[in-house]
Design a protein around this ligand. Structure first.
Ligand SMILES: *Cc1c(COP(=O)(O)O)cnc(C)c1O
Length: 381
């Protein structure tokens, strides 16, 4: 199927070919050292990424889900604790809460921005939750997802969470480089989790993740938890896990990090072109005032989505849906998660309508024009 498409929805190989010589050299350099796990490349990447993200510390881990899990563990969140997040997200956000034995509490989104509605915090802290099993959970932490590259309303969310003494973790898996009021996402909470999955704004050629924080005690604890709870080799002070970032990935990520700002600028230029070309054709993504969006995805809304996707595919245009089934309706989680208020109406409506257009930095202007023409043709009355 992919071979017949003229424009892919995402293309991690294009990200390799754009900087092939530098990436190949980084791989050769690491292979030649004979040191493949937690060495100088990981240490350098952690420093360079933390500097990029405006954080004091970075701890490389094996993937974005582990980054969320280890941040929760580091903050002491576990069984009996409620963690508020959204249902309109990658399942990983909720899986991480479940993995530490805590209880997910899912709030609705602001429909224009696809991020946690600050009003959900007041309701959740007031105990206005339904749908779960057992006693109502007490919210000890909030995981805020900056979905599609759009910063959530951190000013309102952080103020309410702090008033109730809840920890804040930012899920920045789709938002490397995004800012709100000039401040990098990830810098608003206690810790932030970034995925480095191949299609993310900063992607490895395999799995990877990183946790950032300004809290040196928390950073040191997460660093120990990453490798069996060791501060000293073979002595487990804490019950830890194994979630290490490889030297090879770190070396390649260091190359890609130098292009991240330019890549995000290109994503914004593509989004601007879509905005101009598709104005009046269908609902387009809103941009939060004071925020710089990094367009991990460019998401429109359509009616009759399956047919629209099929017709676009026939015209050679790849699309994707992020995400078709909200977590509270997923077979594995249904009936087990608490929901804030009477239900998640905005989430369920979004899940039925969202459509992600092709978005990656190597898209050419010609391809962007092809996408616009095809979407106009398919959505024309
Ligand atoms: C990709 C993603 C994750 C999980 O990252 P992995 O590296 O795939 O484990 C978590 N949250 C969000 C919002 C994501 O997009």
């Amino acid at each position: 199927m992919a071979a017949t498409l003229r424009v892919l929805q995402a293309d991690p190989k294009a990200g390799y070919l754009a900087h092939k010589a530098e990436i190949d050299a980084a791989v050769a350099r690491v292979l030649d050292t004979g040191w493949y796990i937690l060495g100088q490349e990981v240490a350098a990447f952690e420093k360079e990424f933390a500097a990029f993200a405006g954080a004091a510390h970075g701890v490389g881990v094996a993937n974005g889900t582990d980054a969320l899990e280890i941040a929760l563990r580091g903050l002491g969140i576990g069984p009996g604790d409620g963690v508020l997040t959204v249902s309109h997200t990658a399942v990983a956000t909720v899986a991480a809460i479940d993995l530490v034995g805590a209880t997910p509490v899912l709030g609705d989104i602001e429909p224009a921005f696809y991020t946690l509605d600050p009003k959900a915090l007041d309701a959740a802290f007031a105990g206005d939750v339904t749908g779960g099993v057992g006693g109502k959970p007490k919210i000890k932490a909030v995981i805020v997802v900056h979905l599609y590259g759009q910063p959530a309303d951190m000013t309102a969310i952080a103020a309410t969470a702090k008033r109730h003494g809840a920890a804040i973790i930012e899920d920045c898996a789709q938002a490397h480089g995004a800012r709100l009021g000039g401040k990098h996402v990830g810098a608003f909470g206690d810790a932030a989790a970034f995925s480095l999955y191949p299609t993310k704004n900063l992607g490895a050629f395999g799995d990877g993740g990183i946790v950032t924080t300004n809290d040196s005690t928390l950073a040191e604890k997460i660093r120990a938890l990453r490798e069996y709870g060791w501060h000293q080799r073979y002595i487990s002070d804490l019950k830890g896990m194994n979630t290490r970032l490889d030297e090879l990935h770190a070396a390649m990520l260091r190359v890609r990090l130098t292009y991240l700002a330019a890549d995000n600028a290109r994503r914004n230029a593509i989004a601007d072109a879509y905005d101009r070309g598709l104005a009046g054709v269908c609902p387009l993504p809103a941009r939060r005032a004071g925020a710089s969006h990094v367009f991990h995805q460019y998401v429109i809304r359509v009616a009759g989505r399956a047919a629209v996707q099929e017709r676009l595919r026939d015209l050679g245009i790849g699309t994707n849906v992020h995400y078709p089934v909200p977590v509270h309706l997923q077979p594995a989680y249904k009936g087990q998660t608490w929901m804030v208020g009477g239900g998640l109406a905005a989430t369920e409506q979004a899940a039925g309508e969202v459509l992600s257009l092709p978005m990656f930095p190597q898209l050419t202007d010609t391809q962007v024009a092809e996408v616009i023409a095809a979407v106009k043709q398919v959505l024309a009355k």
